[in-house]
Ligand binder design. Sequence first.
Ligand code: AP5
Length: 214
Amino acid sequence: MNLILLGPPGAGKGTQSRRLSDKLKIPQISTGDLLRAARTAKTPLGLQAESYMTSGKLVPDDLVVSMIRERMQQPDCRKGYILDGFPRTVGQAEALEKMLIVSQSGMDHVVNLFVAEEELVKRLSGRRQCRKCGENFHTSFLPSRKDGFCDRCGGELFQRDDDREEVIRNRLSVYGKQTAPLIEYYRKQGLLREIRGVGTVDEIFETMLKVVSG
Ligand code: AP5
């Protein structure tokens, strides 16, 4: 099964796609995680992406598209994948369509998670992420059992440098201008499934499983 998770920063794409990946046994491909790893490793891509990411802007399409093309050619994607945070512009969506034609495959569902803006700001400003496995926690909504450490792998938790309030507002504005048009784009293709991303993580996950199995 091939899936796209759409939604604004903080909607829960990472949280839900990790669970879906465990359940469906297909990889979660997060362009944000791939870019953060490239930054940490100081690869040419990571160095080019750095300033865009810290200010909350999108990394240019050509860089992201070649990164994702390479990732989707890995053997673990043969049975399907969950795209988390890609595509993010109409240009990226068109590039993805071309990749799907070349690989003679298609997209099964595009799930859009919608959440009100003030809730998104609260979620992002309290988010803590595991350095080792990438699992997300929240200081109030989803605290880890041991303060500062991941429940899943014991790794250290950190706060992302783009989770500061002024950068969060910029990311939300970039989302509205550059990514939200994809909702209509995929609705016209009959692929869009909409889920309200409010409630417990488990409740949303259950709805999501029903939607993608339907
Ligand atoms: P990326 O890492 O993709 O960030 P994002 O899209 O801004 O999404 P987030 O990871 O912030 O949010 P999420 O929806 O995954 O929510 P999460 O599950 O973590 O991108 C970062 C940057 O990389 C971009 O700004 C850009 O520069 C660059 N980039 C990435 N992809 C790109 C692309 N395709 N093109 C160009 N540039 C790209 O949840 C958030 C918080 O809420 C967590 O604390 C979580 O615990 C909590 N939470 C989750 N669910 C719930 C719930 N139901 N109730 C209460 N709290 C909840």
